[in-house]
Write a protein that binds this ligand. Sequence first.
Ligand code: FMN
Length: 196
Amino acid sequence: MKLLFIDGCVSQRGPASRTRALAGAFLSAFQAAHPEAEVETVVLETLDAKPFLPAALDERDALASIGAFDAPVFDLARQFRGADRIVAAAPFWDLSFPAAMRTYIEHISVNGLCYHYEADGCHGDCRGTRLAYLTTGGDFQRPESLGVLYWKQLSAMFGIPRFDYVFAGGLDVDPAKTAALLEAACQEARALGREF
Ligand SMILES: Cc1cc2nc3c(=O)[nH]c(=O)nc-3n(C[C@H](O)[C@H](O)[C@H](O)COP(=O)(O)O)c2cc1C
């Protein structure tokens, strides 16, 4: 089994990133429960991927039109498409997540590879059966929190049937409560990682 870890833990806190702590809690529990699993990581902070502009989109479309999906521009999409399980982690930034994650999403959203259209609309073509999204926010979680909703809808679009998430919210509200809130979320992430 292959788990793809989308590491979007872009943080001024460096290794002390709360989002990284949440992702670490999930991953150690996952690896303890699935020692045979291969974990592949894509680090968004160091990724050499740019947002798509028209010329680059034209080039990508031309390659897709001849079925040249082995071209490097499709590397991230092929990796995403082939993963059995996926976990993505990113802090809650400006009501969603860092732009590096949005750019990554542009690179994996490939019509003809990760999804396709039929008369009734979009159908997903990814192998994954589960996707989890892990995030930490300064404010408390709201039902309409976009990072979570975005990944939930992406999972559906890519044909990944089960979506789970952990939102460690309220971390910037009262510094005295931050550690306890984060630890509670890490416990949730550990439980999810164990049965993922
Ligand atoms: C650029 C930036 C934008 C942020 N935007 C939001 C936001 O829209 N909503 C929110 O609740 N917290 C926001 N925060 C707070 C972070 O989500 C919060 O501090 C989080 O725990 C940071 O995680 P980290 O320790 O992994 O960096 C923002 C922080 C930064 C640096």
